[in-house]
Design a protein around this ligand. Structure first.
Ligand SMILES: Cc1cc2nc3c(=O)[nH]c(=O)nc-3n(C[C@H](O)[C@H](O)[C@H](O)COP(=O)(O)O)c2cc1C
Length: 134
């Protein structure tokens, strides 16, 4: 059974840009190697993440992420079983301000959430719109 978790969190105050890039890159690498799909964005001091994959692996990964001291205020938006096969790899991006934000990527972000059912997709899309500096 596949499972998806979506949450938002606040980055630790002293987190440097280099460390954020490190989180994004190492997550992307590990997730791609372990058939975990989704999206990790950093914007305005906050993280937005979708992780989707084999249920036990996702629950274990989220426990790990939850206890990571590099962020706090971890607010889970939902955790759901997913009935579609994962269709794409993992994406991560750094959108610290408008200069870093590429509007052409927005469609790509939306593609990443297509594993979710329609109503969930709509909800995540709304959160995503509010999250990105557009
Ligand atoms: C906001 C945020 C998102 C993260 N997302 C992932 C992720 O998707 N995949 C991953 O392997 N690690 C992610 N990590 C890192 C994990 O918290 C943890 O450091 C990693 O799983 C390695 O754990 P270990 O040192 O116990 O092996 C994330 C960390 C933060 C702060």
């Amino acid at each position: 059974m596949r499972y998806a978790i979506v949450y938002v969190s606040t980055a630790s105050k002293d987190l440097e840009k280099k460390e954020i890039e490190n989180i994004l890159n190492s997550s992307k690498k590990w997730n791609n190697e372990n058939d975990v799909t989704g999206l990790l964005l950093f914007s305005g001091g906050n993280f937005f993440q979708i992780i989707e994959g084999e249920k036990n692996l996702i629950l274990e990964l989220f426990q790990n992420i939850n206890s990571d001291k590099r962020h706090h205020n971890i607010t889970q938006i939902f955790g759901k079983e997913i009935h579609k096969e994962a269709y794409d790899g993992y994406d991560s991006d750094f959108v610290s301000d408008e200069a870093d934000y590429d509007p052409e990527k927005f469609q790509h972000y939306l593609n990443q959430i297509k594993v979710l059912d329609n109503s969930t997709q709509k909800a995540v899309e709304n959160i995503l719109m509010a999250f990105l500096p557009i």
